[in-house]
Design a protein around this ligand. Structure first.
Ligand code: SAH
Length: 261
């Protein structure tokens, strides 16, 4: 039997940015942490709940610094838990939607540490809700696919052609994370299976005061994102549910492209 570890680790979703979107469990975990490891996309405002004596370590690449290597973060967490700390690993959105939450959990478990997970509101959901539109709808979408536009080095990445055909046939909404830098490639693949008039929403900095968004179509997506100078972090939502956005419903159909919501 392994020796029980004195400390503990909680993997906490900090939500998309707006601190009001934290769960009560997240607030409690942040308040009781003695060590907080904070990811890039976590709004610092959530740290207002932290104890003044807690050690706060930023491990993202904000401010132009290189992000902390994953192996270092894993080691830091494991060491701190073994030293008896309550480590809270704060991740943007939900810890299990991209952002390597699953990998960190595996490393902690391999070190004999059981991890509590506190879900957060993922940015793909928050971004769409902020436009007043759902991700599923009985008329328009039978399901939703959360997909990354950023493949692991050496991985072939998402098969956008296959995904487009599947989304079209099965009526699925596509929610693309980390898609801005490979947008031209993604669009090319998607257009082979989805019509050019498929509605698309792009939401930058969802739920934050700096939020910007645009409603467009698949055919106009690349030009719109470039023209509006949208940058990461962005959520890209592709599918008929986008028609539910307030701004889409207010506008004339022929002005669908490049509408700023
Ligand atoms: N775990 C996170 C996702 C981490 S991957 C979540 O559940 O939201 C990082 C990507 O998430 C970004 O590149 C972007 O695509 C998306 N993202 C995170 N926060 C965002 C925000 N506030 N607005 C728009 N996109 C966001």
């Amino acid at each position: 039997m392994s020796t029980p570890t004195p400390g503990r680790c909680t993997l906490v979703g900090a939500g998309p940015g707006d601190p009001e979107l934290l769960t009560l469990k997240a607030v409690r975990a942040i308040a009781s942490a003695t060590v907080l490891l904070v990811d890039d996309l976590v709004n610092d405002a959530v740290l207002a709940h932290a104890s003044p004596t807690a050690r706060i370590v930023h491990v993202g690449k904000r401010g132009g610094c290189k992000s902390t290597p994953q192996a270092f973060i894993d080691k830091l967490m494991i060491t701190a838990v073994h030293e008896g700390e309550h480590v809270v690993r704060l991740k943007g959105g939900d810890p299990f939607i991209f952002g390597r939450g699953g990998e960190e959990l595996e490393h902690l478990r391999a070190a004999g540490i059981e991890v509590e997970v506190v879900n957060g509101i993922t940015s793909g959901l928050a971004g769409m809700s902020s436009l007043g539109a759902p991700l599923t709808h009985r008329e328009h979408a039978h399901g939703v696919v959360f997909v990354t536009g950023h493949a692991k080095p050496g991985d072939t990445g998402t098969d956008w052609v296959l995904l487009a055909h599947t989304a079209h046939q099965a009526k699925l909404t596509l929610v693309i994370y980390m898609g801005v830098s490979s947008l031209a490639h993604i669009c090319q693949g998607l257009q082979s299976g989805l019509p050019a008039h498929t509605p698309v929403a792009v939401v930058q900095n969802a739920s934050l005061p700096t939020q910007r968004q645009v409603l467009t179509t698949l055919g106009e997506l690349v030009a719109t994102v470039q023209g509006q100078d949208l940058h990461s972090p962005c959520i890209i939502v592709v599918g008929d549910v986008v028609q539910g956005a307030r701004a889409w419903q207010k506008a004339e159909p022929h002005t669908a492209a490049q509408r700023i919501a």
